[in-house]
Design a protein around this ligand. Structure first.
Ligand code: GLY
Ligand code: MN
Length: 480
């Protein structure tokens, strides 16, 4: 964890932002950490992962903690139970809750049962009770039972003056998002470390990409690296020769010459900061001409997006410029025909890249997505597009130093989607289906780096960049 002053300053900043968003009785902000969750029976739990916002403000990386910040008085308290003899028998002696409070600069601590009472008192006194929409069901139920807010409303976000505040707090969501979006130097250092770990994972994957090897074996080896040096993976590894399925989690195929292998994977550091890289490899070590043509477009699109990423522009504009470039190149190869600007406006790029250019990244690989994608990636700056592809852009904001985004263009040939567009005329006559007919077994290509927006422009995170040009990929594969 970080020094106590980091957590203290974050809570102080939160208090200030909440005060600037509200007048009158501000109420209390309540935070629930995660609890252990049974995997197949109680006592055999999933590996514990703390709630990221709890970790951000309260630092305690253990189950069954909660906290309250009084937005009127500024008082704060960390709630948790000291271990008893039963716990000591199974888990060994543990530091006291008071000592955990000291580590995060929180002087007041109390048993967990007190938390329930404090929340109940705030509710019965009619004070606003601000909470974030929880990612997990247990915390959704817990908040519902503590506050009396209906289960289905606990994850709804709205301003507190709507429906007597019987839902998650938009004010708290906005304040938390505004803080967590801009990474502190100590966080950037951790993300750099997670990226270095991601580099090692991906290097192992590339080395394992040899005809005859089972995909699962590669996944096991690359995940072993992050487990041996960090917390584990930052999301379920995507490693598949069916890369046209964007989030393909099945790893049962044998590496086959002539196919492409998409590897989209990341590490999570022990302090819970993520990395997220994607590379696409030719299974035989060399790209075919057909593969290289598409690969080079994606690789140049990745470079273009990076070169455009800087303060003063928005990631919306970077996405648009990138898909425009890809459409120009696809037009040169006769996949599409007509005016490129009209194609961009009609959303034709969505056929080839149904996802957005990137997302925010931090403690969550899609940072804070549990708080609501639009609050995180759009704010009040712009409205989400209804178009396929553009509509899946998770980060559209004006870029500021301290933002961390992924740069992950891709081109995919998804037979079912192509057939649907053809049937329904979605392409408005821009798409050359005769050309596409030869690409139904092509798969997909995605290339992803993690990028920090700096005052001057941008920097790719991690001390080394994974090989990415088609020539560099072939060279490195030939020698390992
Ligand atoms: N790396 C997976 C994703 O960005 O969705
Ligand atoms: Mn990603």
């Amino acid at each position: 964890m970080f020094e106590a002053s980091v957590y203290l300053n974050r809570r102080k900043a939160l208090l200030e932002r909440m005060s600037s968003l509200m007048t009158g009785d501000k109420g209390v902000a309540v935070f629930l950490g995660n609890v252990d969750a049974a995997m197949n029976y109680r006592g055999n739990d999933y590996k514990f992962r703390q709630d990221s916002s709890f970790l951000y403000f309260w630092g305690v990386d253990e189950p069954s903690f909660a906290a309250v910040l009084d937005l009127d008085s500024g008082d704060e308290c960390l709630y948790g139970n000291d271990v008893d003899i039963d716990d000591i028998i199974w888990m060994g002696p543990q530091p006291s809750v008071a000592s955990k409070g000291e580590l995060i600069g929180c002087k007041a601590t109390a048993p967990l049962a007190e938390f329930d009472k404090v929340v109940a008192q705030a509710v019965s006194a009619g004070r606003p009770v601000h909470f974030l929409p929880p990612a997990r069901y247990y915390n959704t139920m817990k908040l519902s039972s503590l506050t009396g807010v209906a289960f289905e409303s606990v994850r709804k976000v709205a301003p507190m003056d709507v429906d007597s505040g019987r839902h998650a707090s938009e004010e708290l969501v906005k304040a938390v998002v505004s803080l967590r979006l801009i990474k502190e130097q100590c966080e950037i250092d951790e993300i750099d470390k997670a990226c270095d770990l991601g580099y090692l994972m991906h290097t192992e994957a590339r080395r394992g990409c040899k005809p005859g090897v089972l995909e699962q074996e590669i996944v096991g080896r690359m995940e072993g690296i992050t487990l041996s040096k960090g917390w584990g993976v930052s999301f379920t590894t995507i490693l598949s020769q069916n890369g046209e399925t964007l989030h393909n989690h099945s790893h049962h195929q044998i590496i086959t010459p002539g196919r492409l292998l998409v590897v989209d994977a990341g590490a999570e550091s022990n302090t819970h900061y993520a990395s997220d890289f994607t590379r696409t490899y030719p299974c035989s070590g060399k790209f075919t001409t057909k593969q290289r043509e598409i690969y080079d477009i994606v690789q140049q699109a990745n470079d273009l997006a990076f070169s455009l990423t800087k303060p003063g522009t928005s990631y919306w504009d970077v996405h648009c410029a990138t898909v425009r470039y890809m459409l120009e190149q696809l037009k040169a190869l006769d996949f599409v025909r007509g005016d490129v600007d009209e194609m961009v406006a009609a959303g034709i790029s969505g056929l080839f890249m149904p996802h957005g250019l990137g997302h925010n990244m931090g403690m969550d690989v899609h940072d804070m997505e549990d708080l609501g994608e639009n609050y995180v990636g759009y704010g009040d700056e712009r409205q989400r597009s209804p178009l396929l592809g553009m509509g899946n852009l998770r980060m559209a904001r004006n870029l500021k130093p301290g933002h961390i985004v992924t740069d992950e263009p891709g081109i995919y040939f998804i037979p079912a989607l192509i057939e649907q567009w053809k049937r329904e005329g979605t392409d408005k006559g821009f798409v050359n289906y005769a050309k596409l007919a030869d690409y139904y077994d092509f798969g997909g290509i995605r290339l992803e780096d993690d990028v920090l927006v700096t005052p001057e422009g941008a920097r790719r995170l991690g001390s080394r960049r994974l090989p990415i040009t088609s020539a560099d990929v072939e060279d490195v594969m030939a020698n390992e």
